[in-house]
Structure formats: C-alpha cells, structure tokens
Ligand binder design. Structure first.
Ligand SMILES: CC(C)(COP(=O)(O)OP(=O)(O)OC[C@H]1O[C@@H](n2cnc3c(N)ncnc32)[C@H](O)[C@@H]1OP(=O)(O)O)[C@@H](O)C(=O)NCCC(=O)NCCS
Length: 187
C-alpha cells in the first residue's frame, strides 16, 4: 500500500537519492537536496509504510516546475525500482496535473526519454523548440543543447492555450542528437 502526499522537508535527501540513481544512468537530470528543499511546495511524494514498525518511506516523487505564468513542467518524476509498474508514476503525474490546473497554468510540458509513459496520459509530442520558455529558461544551459536526445510533450489544460514566445534571436535553436529517432505513433 502506498499513498500520495505533500513532500516534507525531511524527504529531500531521499528524493535526491532516488533521482541520483537515474541521473547516473543519464535518464534524468540530478537534483540537489537544496534545490528540492527550495521547491518543496511543488513536490508530491508517494510513500509506503515498511516493516512492522510502520516506518514511512518515500518511494517516488515528482515536481511541478513553473516555467512561465502560462506554462509548467512535470520535472524529476521518479519511482523506486522496487515499486515500478504498479501505477504510481501515473498517479503522481495525475496529481501534478490537478495542481497545475489549480494554479492556473494553461499548459503542462515534459521533456523525457520515456515518451510512451506520457503519451498514455494524453500528452502529445511537439518539437522542443515549441516549448519556448523551457528552451530559453533551461535548455540553453544544458550540455546537450546541441545534441538533445529527449522527447518534448505537452498537455493543454485549457482550450487553445496562448503561450509566450521567449525565443532569443541571438542563439540557435537546440539541435537533436544523431541517435534521436522520431516517435512511431502509428504501430
Ligand atoms: C518512468 C517512471 C516514473 C514510471 O513509473 P511507474 O510507477 O513504473 O509507472 P506506472 O506503473 O504508472 O506506468 C508504467 C508504464 O509506464 C511506461 N514506462 C515506464 N518506463 C518506461 C520505459 N523505460 N520505457 C517505456 N515505457 C515505460 C510503460 O508504458 C509502463 O506500462 P506497463 O506497466 O504496461 O509496462 C519510472 O519507470 C521511473 O522512475 N523511471 C526512471 C526515471 C525516469 O525515467 N523518469 C522519467 C523522467 S521524465
């Protein structure tokens, strides 16, 4: 049994460790304990009670990150390997979708190496460059800017969202990794 709840400050080291495990495999970006503490109200965690002493254990988490007044990102989504495949990831994302609606965002985005997970939740694929605030707030600082291997997906939270264009004319658009292949949405 597990439940979803607001993150507590004491959860930060465990969340950092969960993310670090996958950051080491290059499937997500690392987080520091400090960056988690500083964004604590934006996190949802999945917790389970383990052992006879009923110790609360954080088994997953996700952070709703503001990119612009209109746009937020599903960031640092992670579930402990022992708990994967039980629907926890989907429930975490469903909870941040609720949070994003309540906070008034028009659109949610995700950059990911596991697009199948998000496609099953009504996100749709777009070009990274279409998520203008993400590119010009974050991506331009990424070492993979000229070889991006991630898939960009968005979910509209209102009909016909109107998003700002943060495009910087002095910088080139991000380019894709030679290993990147388009999503096959038909088969
Ligand atoms: C992605 C992740 C959060 C999913 O959590 P989860 O609790 O296992 O997800 P759910 O049980 O709700 O859904 C599982 C579904 O997600 C999809 N999925 C998850 N990981 C996948 C992967 N690596 N490749 C393809 N599909 C994947 C599958 O469709 C799977 O369906 P199945 O159960 O029929 O096989 C988890 O696998 C994880 O922490 N991965 C490592 C970190 C990561 O990649 N985070 C995403 C960063 S955006």
């Amino acid at each position: 049994m597990y439940r979803l709840e607001k993150a507590r400050v004491e959860d930060a080291p465990r969340l950092q460790a969960l993310v670090a495990r996958y950051a080491a495999q290059d499937v997500m970006l690392p987080r520091t304990v400090e960056s988690i503490v500083q964004t604590l109200p934006d996190w949802v965690v999945a917790t389970a009670e383990t052992s006879a002493r009923a110790t609360r254990q954080v088994i997953g988490g996700v952070c709703l990150t503001a990119l612009a007044p209109e746009l937020a990102e599903v960031r640092s989504l992670v579930v402990d390997s022992d708990w994967q495949g039980k629907g926890i990831g989907h429930r975490l994302v469903a909870r941040v979708i609720e949070m994003a609606r309540a906070r008034g965002y028009q659109q949610l985005c995700a950059l990911t190496l596991v697009p199948e997970f998000f496609l099953g939740m009504d996100f749709r694929p777009v070009e990274v460059a279409d998520i203008s605030p993400k590119v010009w707030v974050d991506c331009q600082h990424c070492p993979k800017y000229e070889r991006c291997d991630e898939y960009a997906l968005v979910m509209d939270l209102v009909p016909n969202p109107v998003l700002p264009n943060y495009r910087r004319a002095d910088l080139p658009l991000p380019t894709k990794s030679p290993n990147w292949v388009p999503l096959d949405l038909v088969s």
